[in-house]
Design a protein around this ligand. Structure first.
Ligand code: FDA
Length: 405
């Protein structure tokens, strides 16, 4: 005999636990299924173990999607302040780190404990670890074939996340369920991921691993308007040189906007116009170029940049033609480089793409053509910037579905 529930939530991560708790506290009989042996691994490892659980400034402009307006409704009905209210209710100490990012003072385990307690308050039933098999539409809802026995329910909420970090249990189940019910899926790809470079143009930079500095980074057409404008990324954050390419918050942010085969543009000294500065100091500064640049840039980076652009680091500034100094200024303020690829799902913090938002109600997250079937969290084609935005989407979309099921 199949077990009866009002709601089955597949995936006990951030979005799934939020949705289960909200629905159960409304009096629904909810079961939460997950194949993992450890609960909510992504929350546990997030924010370096302290979970950057929201961002005070979260709004639709901080998310990527084929429909940038889709997330507006859910985000406005469950805000960062709402989640903070829950954090305060559970007496979890937190602090603001950088640009509105809120972290636990102690451990991300506290957020997992809080969500577990909220589920317990509504008497959520658990099946974990549990292999989830086929899902069928029935006359009254759905039947889920699952380890431990079949489940009959009126609503199914799919909260299985994206493809990032397969070694802790990421799978494509959410996309497979969407396709089974004839829903479009925007091709998934890794986001918030280090970018890789190789070939001769990168040789001068390969030895710079470990160097970090604040930069401006952008990609896409700076003159783009309308929808194309929303696809253009521009950030001021820290950049880190790695053995295989570039990383750090600046690169993770821009990676979500980067299209393979196109360049990213770096401004290594965003508060200076280098060409103007170099030309203006030509007659007063007697130093070699390498030493001049090392006033503002790490010395090894200055040397790498000079060599990569055909300048000898020991050439004297005073001997340089203005046109050459303009070229050098451009190489520093507008360094365009084309990544060869990315570190992929193994290192990506999120997955871009997912269930096409045109298939879902922005109020409830329910599939328009399959009443009772919901998709929430990272499985949906809504992806946040680095900085607590992805959890805010998980909470907000989980809450929206939890209120509707
Ligand atoms: P989530 O991945 O949390 O949960 C999905 C659940 O579904 C998992 O428990 C999984 O086991 C289960 N599942 C998958 N396939 C299944 C199957 N076939 N059968 C049964 N169950 C299945 N974001 C942020 O805002 N602040 C931060 O600090 C960080 N930090 C961070 C660090 C790292 C290293 C990563 C990889 C990611 C982050 N993120 C983040 C992103 C954030 O973790 C992510 O966006 C959310 O966890 C997404 O929540 P979901 O509930 O949608 O998926």
């Amino acid at each position: 005999m199949a077990k009866q529930y009002d709601v089955a939530v597949i995936g006990a991560g951030a979005a799934g636990m939020m949705c289960a708790a909200v629905a159960a506290q409304r009096g629904k009989r909810v079961v939460l299924l997950d194949h993992a042996t450890r609960l909510a691994e992504k929350i546990r490892i997030s924010g370096g173990g302290r979970c950057n659980f929201t961002n005070l400034n979260a709004g639709p402009a901080n998310f990527l999607s084929q429909n940038p307006h889709f997330c507006r409704s859910a985000l406005s009905r469950y805000t960062p302040q709402d989640f903070l209210g829950l954090v305060k209710k559970h007496r979890i100490a937190y602090h603001e780190k950088h640009k509105g990012q809120l972290f636990c003072d102690d451990s991300s385990e506290q957020i997992i404990g809080m969500l577990r307690a909220e589920c317990a308050a509504g008497d959520v039933a658990w099946r974990m670890p549990c292999k989830v098999g086929d899902i069928e539409k029935t006359a009254t809802g759905f039947r889920i074939v699952a380890e431990g026995g079949d489940i009959d329910c009126a609503s199914v909420v799919v909260a299985t996340g994206g493809l990032s970090i397969p070694k802790i249990g990421a799978t494509d189940l959410g996309y497979r369920i969407a396709r089974q019910f004839d829903l479009q899926v925007v091709e998934p790809r890794p986001g918030l991921v280090p970018l890789t470079f190789d070939g001769p143009s990168w040789e001068a930079f390969a030895p710079l691993a470990g160097i970090a500095l604040e930069v401006e980074v952008s990609t896409g057409d700076p003159k783009a308007k309308g929808k194309a404008r929303a696809q253009r990324g521009h950030f001021r954050e820290d950049l880190l040189f790695t053995h295989r390419g570039l990383s750090g918050p600046a690169i993770l942010q821009i990676s979500s906007y980067w299209q393979p085969g196109t360049p990213i543009v770096l401004d290594l000294l965003p508060d200076m116009d280098m060409a103007e500065e170099l030309i203006a100091s030509k007659n007063t500064v007697k130093k070699q170029l390498g030493n001049v640049l090392a006033q503002w840039l790490p010395a090894r980076l200055a040397e790498g940049l000079l060599r990569a652009n055909g300048f000898a680091p020991d050439a004297r500034l005073a001997d340089m033609a203005d046109a050459k100094l303009r070229k050098l200024g451009d190489a520093i303020n507008r360094w365009g480089i084309t990544p060869t690829g990315s570190e992929g799902y193994k290192k990506a913090e999120v997955t871009l793409g997912g269930v096409d938002t045109r298939e879902l109600s922005q109020q409830s997250m329910m599939a328009n053509k399959v009443p009772g079937l919901y998709f929430i969290g990272e499985t949906v084609d809504v992806t946040g910037w680095l900085g607590g935005y992805n959890f805010q989407w998980a909470w907000a979309s989980g809450y929206a579905a939890g209120q509707s099921v």
